[in-house]
Design a protein around this ligand. Structure first.
Ligand code: UTP
Length: 278
């Protein structure tokens, strides 16, 4: 079901990373184009955004990522080839996406981190609140997508940024941005601290940020003044901490399953999960 009255109309998809954990598969194919069954990760993300009432997809790509643009475009020769056959059905979802939604692209020239990738998307987003989906975090909920849940919260707290969080084993905190704060509603936390990839002993909690965000446009100016952090990269977690200190960041414990498809284990788990649902 598509959310009808979403006030968030644009979704940014940072997809410029090198995907080194999937080499050699990602040498010539973007990580976001790796398929779970027959559908690329990025298409799952786009479908989640559409369900949340978003009509404009802003994609940050990089060198060697042209397959992304080709996927969200017509393919006349192929479509002509399968016209009138049962195979046409296999293309119906992607054809409907291409025909009904807007895609815009920009390139991140230097891969300086997720915060930097989001800043690269500023020209595509402009001055309005927007969603961010990291397509390698694949989320599934049959009733209401994770982004739809977050947009509903945004309606109630329109001045706040929202990050999706889930509990992770304490020994895994060094793979994520980790938050701390106080509960203001069931499953909703006002964030007062956030740290990028802390070692378990330094982690303020075991609540990890996953790849879904609602951001206010003021984040762009903050990213511009954010110094490189963990790994020498410009981290969105560091930029958001500035807003968290002003009480403007909420963390939402979402309802649904999340697969870290940037890792081999998560990718296989997601494949098995969706195969079992066929
Ligand atoms: P990851 O931390 O998973 O990095 O990025 P990666 O480069 O994609 O993968 P590995 O670790 O080398 O295997 C999280 C998300 O942020 C995007 C990635 O495309 C991914 O969706 N990203 C990251 C960028 O767009 N630009 C960057 O500079 C870094």
């Amino acid at each position: 079901m598509i959310l009808k009255d979403s006030i968030i109309k644009k979704c940014l998809f940072p997809a410029a990373g090198y995907g080194t954990r999937f080499l050699p598969a990602t040498k010539a194919i973007p990580k976001e184009m790796l398929p779970i069954l027959t559908k690329p990760l990025l298409q799952y993300g786009v479908e989640e955004a559409i369900e949340a009432g978003i009509d404009t997809m802003a994609i940050v790509t990089g060198r060697g990522k042209r397959a992304i643009e080709d996927h969200f475009d017509r393919s006349y020769e192929l479509e002509h080839q399968i016209y009138g056959t049962s195979k046409e059905l296999l293309m119906s979802e992607i054809r409907s996406i291409v025909n009904n939604y807007t895609f815009s692209y920009t390139r991140q020239v230097e891969m300086k981190g997720l915060g930097h990738a989001i800043l690269t998307g500023q020209a595509l987003i402009g001055d309005e609140p927007f969603a961010v989906i990291l397509a390698d975090d694949l989320c599934d909920n049959d009733n209401k997508s994770v982004l739809t849940q977050m947009i509903e919260i945004h309606k109630k707290y329109p001045d706040c940024c929202i990050v999706a969080v889930e509990e992770v084993p304490k020994e895994d905190t060094n793979k994520y941005g980790v938050i701390a704060g106080e509960n203001i509603e069931e499953n909703l936390i006002k964030v007062n601290n956030m740290v990028e990839k802390p070692e378990p002993k330094d982690a303020p909690s075991n609540l990890a940020i996953i790849g879904r965000y609602i951001l206010m446009p003021e984040i762009f100016e903050i990213i511009k003044t954010t110094k490189p952090g963990r790994g020498g990269e410009i981290q969105i977690t560091d930029a958001l901490l500035t807003l968290a200190k002003q009480g403007k960041v909420l963390a939402y414990k979402f309802d649904g399953k999340r697969f870290d498809c940037g890792s081999i284990d998560g990718f296989v788990e997601a494949t098995n999960w969706f195969y079992a649902k066929l």
